[in-house]
Design a protein around this ligand. Structure first.
Ligand code: FES
Length: 328
């Protein structure tokens, strides 16, 4: 049975009932994948023509699978079809694994955000912008994004304490240096695209700064020469953090522009006040040719996604990671 793979314009063969990701990999089609279980979203592709039998994602961080998009690892081929794979020159393959780690440090970043450093027993390769599932104990499991790079040899996470939250309450009150944590991943498709040399829009809301820092650090490590505009949105002045890290990144890369935007209680003499989306609207009438990385609360990510599209960024070039609170 023929599967036409776009944009490569290649026809590959698969048996009826074959798993789509396995068929693509067997034919050496450049495909990103990680978990093989519908959790990470890296294997998503679009069905342009024909019918397939598609399963969904089962991640705790819901996957934003759009109409006609499928997760190739959860999809079975039932008739000849045409598939469009994303960015064949930006393939990321980090087979997901489970690794034991121990807590190396816990520090306060703000009144309600902690920085947690974990030392893994074995390295887990990941791309800047990805996340993992952390398990602190039975039924104490949440996804968190890395703020650093694989080469750090340790994981850095920024955890906002949710009032009354079970898992974040555990992290605040009981987790201590030396404790064991199970790390599984990496997951997530909002990772740094290394081949893009044009301008980049980064939008971080609250602890969405963690994956954005990872992306900025990845850009610095790769020596990518892009103009970058970071909009970091916080609720109030006391929620600002990471200023020293951002200043260091700016010193190393003068093409990085940092805009901290305070939603309420900001001093107009000191802060840019309002919403991140308002600030972007004011600064950038046209974003054609840009790529966008958007990380934070679902309403912020949704509003920023809409704005990015309205201002000309192609939907396939908007990489979004919405942090769902999961009632924790
Ligand atoms: Fe398919 Fe992770 S490899 S969702």
């Amino acid at each position: 049975m023929d599967i036409l793979v776009q944009p490569l314009n290649r026809v590959i063969q698969a048996e009826p009932g074959a798993n789509l990701l396995e068929a693509l990999l067997a034919a050496q089609v450049p495909m990103s994948y990680s978990c093989m279980s519908g959790r990470c979203g890296t294997c998503r592709c679009r069905v342009v023509d024909g019918d397939v039998l598609a399963g969904g994602g089962i991640d705790q961080r819901p996957l934003d699978v759009q109409d006609s998009e499928v997760l190739a690892c959860q999809t079975y081929v039932t008739e000849p079809c045409t598939i469009r794979i994303p960015e064949p020159d930006e393939v990321v393959v980090h087979p997901a694994r489970i690794v034991k780690a121990s807590v190396a440090a816990i520090e306060d970043l703000t009144h309600d955000i902690k920085r947690v450093l974990l030392k893994p027993a074995k390295p887990i390769e990941f791309s800047p912008g990805q996340y993992v599932q952390l398990q602190f104990g039975p039924d104490l499991s949440r996804p968190y994004s890395m703020a650093g790079l694989t080469t750090d040899g340790q994981f850095e996470f920024h955890v906002r304490l949710v009032p009354g939250g079970r898992v974040t309450g555990y992290i605040a009150d009981q987790l201590k240096v030396g404790d064991a944590v199970k790390v599984s991943g990496p997951l997530g498709s909002a990772y740094l695209r290394r081949k893009h040399a044009g301008p980049i829009l980064c939008v971080a809301g609250g602890t969405g700064l963690a994956p954005i820092l990872s992306i900025l650090r990845g850009i610095a490590a790769e020596g990518l020469a892009s103009d970058i505009h970071l909009y970091f949105g916080v609720r109030s002045p006391r929620d600002i953090y990471g200023s020293d890290w951002l200043a260091a990144l700016q010193t190393a890369n003068p093409r990085l522009n940092v805009h901290v935007v305070v939603a309420s209680g900001g001093d107009p003499g000191q802060h840019r006040c309002g919403l991140v989306t308002q600030a972007i609207e004011e600064d950038h009438p046209d974003l054609t040719g840009w790529r966008a990385y958007l990380c934070g609360s679902p309403p912020m990510v949704e509003a920023a996604t809409q704005l990015a599209r309205q201002r000309g960024i192609a939907p396939d070039h908007i990489y979004a990671d919405a942090f769902y609170s999961q009632g924790n």
